[in-house]
Ligand binder design. Structure first.
Ligand SMILES: NC(=O)c1ccc[n+]([C@@H]2O[C@H](COP(=O)([O-])OP(=O)(O)OC[C@H]3O[C@@H](n4cnc5c(N)ncnc54)[C@H](OP(=O)(O)O)[C@@H]3O)[C@@H](O)[C@H]2O)c1
Length: 244
């Protein structure tokens, strides 16, 4: 869509699962998508960039680990020196390290909180001020139903995802006067690598009797980034097949 050509959107954890679907969807809607990856994902990032370009879209690439504050600040600071301010940020990168709390290692607690919750600070802190100066924009945070209801075996993950909701709602208040919206999406069980090892009979507990698709989360994300969603802020929108 021509109307989005001048808007760039950063998607963290863009190479797999929901992040990949969001990136492809936003590119199809005409946004310039800036694909974040970490570690040795360079080849896969280039492949996704080429795929988007083959489909007629535009993409850039940015490497940082969302759990590493200094790396985020360096990479995003460099990026903003020579590129336009982001219209949108999709904070998607996340991990789970499930296990019952009484035997949960500190490493499993810390890595999940560092990625899912501290990632909010690490990624948004360098980019929010420029967005405020531009006085427009959209921030979409991928939380989880686990953050709303708590989930057995996911005390670390539920804590991080609930924290994200609080952070998003508070930030929404701070930036509302700059016409920036901040919303959270709380997916239920979505078919990705993250849920690959789950017992498929879990679907029987979901009213719609199936796992969700990344493309369905991408469609909701695209809506929240759109001009049409400009009066929606400080909300948590769940996409869960009736599971909550
Ligand atoms: N799938 C579900 O049922 C579900 C439900 C609710 C919420 N969510 C949330 O949705 C988001 C995406 O999940 P998914 O199911 O698409 O998971 P996924 O298939 O495991 O993909 C996660 C993506 O995040 C990236 N990532 C992880 N840690 C990162 C870090 N420190 N820095 C940069 N990138 C990082 C991964 O990169 P690598 O390839 O380098 O690992 C990967 O691209 C997560 O926040 C997850 O918590 C998922």
């Amino acid at each position: 869509m021509e109307k989005n050509r001048d808007k760039s959107v950063l998607v963290t954890g863009a190479l797999r699962g929901i992040g990949r679907a969001v990136s492809l969807r936003l590119a199809a809607e005409g946004y310039r998508v800036v694909l974040n990856y970490r570690g040795d994902g360079e080849d896969r990032a280039n492949e996704l960039k080429s795929e988007i370009e083959r489909l007629g879209g535009a993409a850039g690439i940015i490497k940082f680990d969302v759990a590493d504050k200094d790396e985020c600040s360096r990479a995003l600071g460099e990026y903003l020196k020579s590129n336009q301010v982001f219209w949108g940020i999709v904070l998607n990168a996340g991990i789970c390290r499930d296990g019952l709390f009484p035997v949960m290692s500190q490493a499993d607690w810390t890595s999940v909180v560092d990625t899912n919750l501290n990632g909010f600070y690490n990624v948004l802190r360098p980019v929010v001020m420029p967005m405020c100066k531009k006085r427009e924009g959209r921030i979409v945070v991928i939380s989880s139903v686990s953050g709303l209801i708590g989930n057995k075996g996911q005390v670390n993950y539920s804590a991080s995802k609930a924290g994200l909701i609080g952070a998003a709602k508070a930030l929404a208040l701070e930036v509302a006067s700059r016409s920036i919206t901040v919303n959270a999406i709380a997916p239920g069980v979505i078919e990705t690598d993250m849920t690959e090892s789950l017992d498929k009979t879990i679907a029987d507990m979901i009213p719609l009797k199936r796992f969700g698709k990344s493309e369905e989360v991408a469609a909701l994300t695209a809506f929240l980034l759109s001009e049409e969603a400009g009066y929606i802020t400080r909300e948590v929108i769940s996409i869960n097949g009736g599971l909550h």
